[in-house]
Design a protein around this ligand. Structure first.
Ligand code: NAI
Ligand code: UGA
Length: 471
């Protein structure tokens, strides 16, 4: 293949990243055939669903898939064929935190990356550009190269690139259409640079070249971990300040606004919350902690670990506030939890703060009513069973009800907790909610989205993260 002329792309991994990313490539590059492959048959079936009931909820995604599926975008479980036909392969498989063995609880589990890489080496019968799309520890590309070179056929050469993904769930399509930057890391050899040019040309179909940053492989890999660590650090910083606000009567929204007005700090990502969730922040920071420790940099490791510890503290603190405010006991009381996803506009629940809160409420023997506009019920049961290994699912189901609307969840509740910032929670009929709740009717805003004054006027007792006593 002549570098610069990518005409067939295969993406291994049809998840939250592989699916949207490569669907957008297909939409923007009608001259390139894109095949997204996965070992998970039901996921692929959902991507191919004739009614477009796609496996992930992401605003705008359906339109993208409708625009090119069957034209130059294909979803398949035939991983080997996808590999063989492609000249460029994205590896976009999951890289969760290791659950056992060396580095358990911190290091990334690279088993899926390794299996995908070994598959490429085993079945490829022509040269390929292999692109790390998954978030991986620094120098993973080197391991991939060793595996590929030790197992490949004589006529195959592999050039490895790092091209980490920066999309955020809920805004993935907008982020992909108009990325702040595309980052491509390559070896600084003529072959490495040629492969980098080939991938650059793919993105240049819709991203201006001044936003396509090309760097060395290791810088690219580390930049992804660094970007997530620094974003999460901002949230932990603002959440740490929210505790000071609650103790002093300052208002965290005002503080964040004032601080963010400094152009060196900037206004984004300073929203205090019940704690960050999502599949990546915690995992990637722990990965950075592990990397720092492996490099004998314990002070650096401790620094980043504190970002995760502050997040745990924020969740614990919030649960405790609920119990304390309800006269030190929630046993037998009804708590409505609005929002189960880790953020608005996604059905993803991975590491959602909501799960931790509900686990804490269950440990206090409260009754919980949950409403979320997107999360499938089976997912909620799965997450709660995993979070409460000491409770059989049957007894969880006795204490938890999943409701069809926010209003249903609040009916006869003693307290209402906003755990996810879904827009519809701002537009609830609060008068009706108040009428149907037990009194005093407590509201806990873990996302700073409610009109506190309005709620107080109705009669609610309101507690907001990062604000002194506003009841
Ligand atoms: N979820 C997100 O918003 C973002 C995730 N990332 C990173 O992207 C990577 C993928 O994340 P997600 O898409 O969220 O994961 P995911 O779990 O949604 O999808 C991964 C997919 O890979 C498939 N897979 C695993 N091994 C395979 C193999 N050997 N052959 C074929 N398919 C295989 C799995 O069946 C699964 O469907 C991770 O490294 C993550 O850290 C990066 C930026 C954003
Ligand atoms: O590597 C990844 O997986 C991705 O992780 C994050 O994206 P994501 O986790 O999808 O969503 P975010 O918008 O970053 O939100 C993460 C969590 O932080 C919380 N958050 C966010 C912003 C804020 O100001 N306050 C706050 O509490 C959100 O509610 C959510 O629970 C990054 O924003 C992406 O750039 C990155 O690609």
């Amino acid at each position: 293949m002549a570098p610069g002329k990518v005409s067939k792309i295969c993406c291994i991994g049809a998840g939250y990243v592989g699916g949207p990313t490569c669907a957008v490539i297909a939409l923007k590059c009608p001259h390139i055939t894109v095949t997204i492959v996965d070992v998970n048959q039901s996921r692929i079936d959902a991507w191919n669903d004739k009614d477009f009931k796609l496996p992930i909820y992401e605003p705008g995604l359906e339109d993208v898939v409708r625009g090119c599926r069957g034209r130059n975008l294909f979803f398949s479980t035939d991983v080997d064929k996808g590999i063989q036909e492609a000249d460029l392969i994205f590896v976009s498989v999951n890289t969760p935190t290791k659950k056992s063995g060396v580095g358990a609880g911190f290091a990334a589990d690279l088993n899926y990356v390794e299996l995908a890489t070994r598959r490429i080496a085993a079945v490829a019968n022509s040269s390929k550009i292999v692109v790390e799309k998954s978030t991986v520890p620094c120098r993973t590309a080197e391991s991939m190269r060793t595996i590929l070179e030790s197992n490949s056929k004589p006529n195959c050469r592999f050039d490895i690139l790092s091209n980490p993904e920066f999309l955020a769930e809920g805004t993935a399509i907008g982020d992909l259409f108009k990325p702040d930057r595309v980052l491509i890391g390559s070896l600084q050899t003529p072959e490495g640079k040629a492969a980098c040019d080939a991938l650059t040309e793919v993105y240049a179909n819709w991203v201006s070249k001044d936003r396509i940053l090309t760097v060395g492989l290791w810088s690219s890999e580390l930049s992804k971990l660094a970007a997530n660590a620094m974003l999460a650090q901002r949230i932990s910083s603002v959440n740490a300040l929210s505790a000071i606000c609650e103790a002093t009567g300052a208002n965290i929204d005002e503080v964040a606004h004032a601080v963010g007005f400094d152009s060196r700090v900037g206004p984004k990502f300073l929203k205090a919350s019940v704690g960050f969730g999502g599949s990546c922040f915690q995992k990637d920071i722990l990965n950075l902690v592990y990397l720092s420790e492996s490099l004998h940099l314990p002070e650096v490791a401790a620094y980043w670990r504190q970002v995760v510890e502050m997040n745990e503290y924020q969740k614990r603190r919030f649960s405790k506030t609920v119990v304390d405010t309800l006269f030190n006991t929630i046993t037998g009381k009804h708590i409505a939890v609005l929002g189960f996803a880790f953020k608005a506009d996604t059905g993803d629940t991975r590491e959602s703060a909501s799960i931790t809160l509900i686990r804490d409420f269950l440990n206090e023997r409260a009754n919980i009513k949950i409403y979320d506009p997107q999360v499938p019920h089976e997912q909620i049961w799965f997450d709660l069973a995993e979070a409460c290994p000491n409770l059989p699912l049957e007894s969880i189901k006795k204490s938890v009800t999943i409701c069809p609307s926010a209003l249903d969840a609040c009916n006869q509740a003693d307290a209402l907790v906003i755990a996810t910032e879904w827009k519809e929670f701002k537009e609830i009929d609060w008068e009706a909610v108040y009428t149907n709740m037990n009194k005093p009717a407590f509201v806990f805003d873990g996302r700073l989205i409610l009109d506190v004054e309005k709620l107080k006027k109705i009669g609610f007792k309101v507690t907001v993260i990062g604000r002194g006593n506003v009841m």
